[in-house]
Ligand binder design. Structure first.
Ligand code: RIB
Ligand code: CA
Length: 314
């Protein structure tokens, strides 16, 4: 049976690639796209998700607007320097005429979890404010959810915003702390695996060849994104962070994990750090009382690439 997921997202170019990947997979049933501020402001994230549904002809998939700022502190600065002014590499696709679902992203998550108890995996590929708010709205949420798969964090590698923090967690560290502390089954796909793999320009060319509409969109949008990721390098590369947790649902054998106790730092200097104490590595109560998560630390690059291409080709 296909995995029922809610995809919580801040589209974003790698978000777009991941959303199309999920739509294309026969093993994934997308119950809704819940959007959140992050790469772009909350309004733009919601409108961009509608555009992606139009392109994929997924007109029945509800799209909601979510939190617009971090749990604590001022409005964020957005990543237009990575994703373009429009979030899609300055390609400016046509706006959708479809309306958003009127519920907040957090309310939608709670409603769907109550309607499908124990069946839904929350796949979060942006900052974690919607999930934290859903936990506040329904404290029993962890009992209603099958699992949580997060693109975010950096356990054993440097961050991409600060030396210790990855962007999704850094953008809303207090919300991430709430989410990582809740009593549910968390798989984390951070920079430990997503920065392990760079994709060459030919990768998006193949996606376009296999799927001219969806792959073509990713190929065009990714040119700006590649400019960013290729700065200071000899080769031209890009990274598709957000598709990793979806790939894991489709084929768990692609990844290896390290299990341990996770803490998310919220102090100003270390904000967003996701530090992991592997099982048996410490006797400190501060760490042993932290919840256990599974952090992806190995990935089969050739098979993952093949899965992306085969799924776009369907
Ligand atoms: O650090 C990578 C993450 O930040 C991805 O989710 C990307 O879309 C940005 O949100
Ligand atoms: Ca994202």
């Amino acid at each position: 049976m296909a995995h029922k997921i809610i995809l919580d997202t801040d589209p974003g170019i790698d978000d777009a690639m991941a959303i199309f990947f999920a739509f294309q997979s026969k093993d994934i049933e997308v119950l809704g796209l819940t959007t959140v501020f992050g790469n772009v402001p909350a309004d733009m994230a919601a409108k961009n998700a509608l555009i992606l549904c139009d392109l994929a002809e997924q007109h029945h998939v509800p799209v909601t607007k979510g939190v617009a700022r971090p749990w604590v502190g001022p409005e964020s600065e957005y990543a237009h320097f990575v994703h373009g002014d429009d979030g899609f590499g300055n390609t400016y696709p046509e706006a959708s005429k479809r309306a958003l679902d009127p519920r907040s992203s957090a309310q939608f998550i709670v409603d769907m979890a109550r309607a499908h108890p124990g069946e839904i995996t929350l796949v979060a590929v942006g900052p974690l404010g919607n999930l934290a708010l859903a936990l506040r709205l329904e404290p029993e949420l962890p009992k209603l959810i099958k699992g949580v798969s997060i693109m975010g964090g950096a356990a054993f590698v440097p961050g991409n915003v600060t030396p210790v923090a990855e962007a999704n967690i850094w953008n809303d560290a207090h919300a991430a702390d709430i989410v990582f502390s809740a009593d549910w089954d968390v798989h984390m796909f951070g920079l430990d695996v997503t920065y392990d793999i760079s994709f060459p320009p030919t990768f998006v060319d193949v996606l376009e060849e296999k799927n001219p509409v969806l792959g073509g969109f990713v190929q065009k949008a990714a040119q700006f994104y590649m400019d960013f990721y290729s700065q200071g390098r000899e080769d031209r590369v890009c990274f598709f962070h957000d598709a990793f947790p979806i790939a894991h649902l489709i084929d768990p054998s692609l990844f290896g994990f390290t299990e341990g106790h996770m803490r998310v730092a919220t102090d100003p200097l270390n904000k967003g750090q996701t530090a992991l104490a592997p099982e048996g590595s410490t006797a400190s109560p501060d760490w042993l009382n932290a919840r256990k998560v599974k952090v992806a630390t190995q990935v089969d690059h050739p098979k993952l690439t093949e899965l992306f291409i085969d799924t776009y080709a369907r």
